[in-house]
Design a protein around this ligand. Sequence first.
Ligand code: FAD
Length: 219
Amino acid sequence: MSPAYQTTPRTTPSRYRERAHYDSYTVHRILDEALFCHLGYVRDGGPVVLPTMHVRCGETLYIHGSTGSGPMLGARPAGLPVCVTATVVDGLVLARSAMHHSLNYRSVVVMGTARVVDEDAEKLCALHALLDHIRPGRAADCRTPNTRELAATAVLALGLVEVSAKVRQGGPVDDPEDRLLPHWAGVIPMSLAAGTPQPADDLDPATPLPQYLTGERRP
Ligand SMILES: Cc1cc2nc3c(=O)[nH]c(=O)nc-3n(C[C@H](O)[C@H](O)[C@H](O)COP(=O)(O)OP(=O)(O)OC[C@H]3O[C@@H](n4cnc5c(N)ncnc54)[C@H](O)[C@@H]3O)c2cc1C
């Protein structure tokens, strides 16, 4: 049994509580499989939610962006209160009734105060991990950021402390009186898959496709 995150009033769903999970195994798997997340924060008194890449290193979630971007500016000097969500969609759930259509999904919500990573070593480590999150092996196969690029890039770190996962799986749950209706019902599985690598127009044709880009795709 993996360790569990402590539940708080903020991480307890009002509905379908039985679908909530707080064990680190479930949470880590979702965060590692999701290609990107949504970062929610308050700017000028109103909510903003931005899609962005992320990576989990142990019990820390890292997010990067331009030093001039909203969340990075907002995080100085005291950190930025955020809510980050990451989602993997596993299927379309088609019910006989309109009401009971749904998605099969695995999602994570993380709340907390994100801090700006100031130390170069941690920043570089997070940036490498972000690349490997996109495609394992990539970080070691590209030019490392130079001083100027590093200075223009900000990294936010968010501890996995106040965390919840929610998982919906299985078929549609129609009301008993609808079960004989003549509409098809069931699940259409969904997954995110990478296609065949397409070389850049200006790629030297002598550059071989690296091993780590062949074979199985994400996750
Ligand atoms: C891809 C996707 C599509 C969805 N579509 C719908 C939809 O169309 N309509 C709908 O009603 N619901 C939908 N949901 C579920 C939705 O995310 C909420 O769980 C749901 O609205 C019930 O919220 P609540 O009132 O229980 O949550 P609240 O009581 O508002 O939430 C309290 C806390 O519970 C936790 N929590 C709630 N939901 C989640 C979650 N999904 N993942 C992780 N932690 C969670 C969080 O910590 C949150 O702060 C969808 C979920 C996903 C992943």
